[in-house]
Design a binder for this molecule. Structure first.
Ligand code: IPE
Ligand code: MG
Length: 246
């Protein structure tokens, strides 16, 4: 049986699953998905894009408050030029085409990463979609774009050090002083980090934010990530949370 968002809500209620507030996903496996079908990698990214749309919509519908997706990493620039271009163009289309849908679903878009290094057309599409969805308040979709966890920490430290109140902030917050200088300080740290396609690496994602986050890895490739897989992630998180409180 193929699940719908309302089936998931029903299962959540039946099983008494406590939802994570913030889900972060490292969407991986687009290339392998295409390769297994004898298709060019770009087709895998296209299929991954459709999956992204459905997962964003469903997360909003079932009551997830924050969803972070690893859209494009600082390491992705090393891929062949055509693939980088295809990824960036998909991203731009996503921002332009999904704008209406995001607002209709009451989803606010924000982004984190070295945004100023992205092509101007992407920066514009991002700024427009952010302002178009600025008053939406059901879910926050946080896109990590040109994102690297180490770069984020360095950027945050630089901003902290150039803050006139830095000594006060350091003495007040100690090891947490960096928190408020991260790319998206307004959202809570993730409760669950999902990685698709079976890889067991953190890949420079949310290094600071995920220091105490439950990590769940599924062998499913991102273009195959279904609502069943999403439900599975929720169950795993719930089980983990129960194990903590025993
Ligand atoms: C992830 O899939 C897509 C992104 C870069 C966002 P990959 O392109 O890394 O797929 P594999 O790892 O080659 O299968
Ligand atoms: Mg990969």
């Amino acid at each position: 049986m193929v699940l719908s968002a309302s089936d998931i809500v029903q299962k959540i209620n039946e099983e008494g699953i406590a939802l994570p507030r913030h889900i972060a996903i490292m969407l991986d496996g687009n290339g392998r998905w295409a390769q297994r079908r004898g298709l060019p990698r770009t087709e895998g990214h296209q299929a991954g894009g459709s999956r992204t749309k459905s997962i964003v919509k469903t997360c909003g519908e079932i009551g997830i408050r924050y969803l972070t997706l690893f859209g494009f990493s600082t390491e992705n620039w090393k891929r062949p030029r055509e693939e980088v271009q295809a990824l960036l163009s998909l991203l731009k289309d996503y921002l332009l085409v999904q704008r209406e849908e995001l607002r209709a679903n009451n989803v606010r878009l924000i982004a984190g990463g070295r945004i100023a290094e992205l092509p101007p057309a992407i920066q514009d599409a991002l700024a427009e979609t952010k302002s178009y969805t600025a008053s939406c308040d059901k879910m926050v979709l946080n896109l990590a774009i040109n994102y690297g966890g180490r770069a984020e920490i360095v950027d945050a430290c630089n901003r902290l050090l150039s803050d006139p109140r830095r000594d006060e902030i350091l003495s007040l917050f100690g090891a947490n002083a960096v928190d408020q200088f991260l790319y998206s300080p307004e959202i809570p740290f993730p409760d669950i980090l999902v990685r698709t396609s079976g890889e067991r690496r953190i890949s420079n994602f949310l290094l600071w934010e995920a220091s105490n986050t439950f990590f769940w890895i599924t062998p499913t490739l991102w273009p195959d990530f279904s609502l069943e897989d999403l439900l599975q992630a929720l169950r795993e998180f719930h089980r983990y949370r129960l194990s903590l409180s025993q």
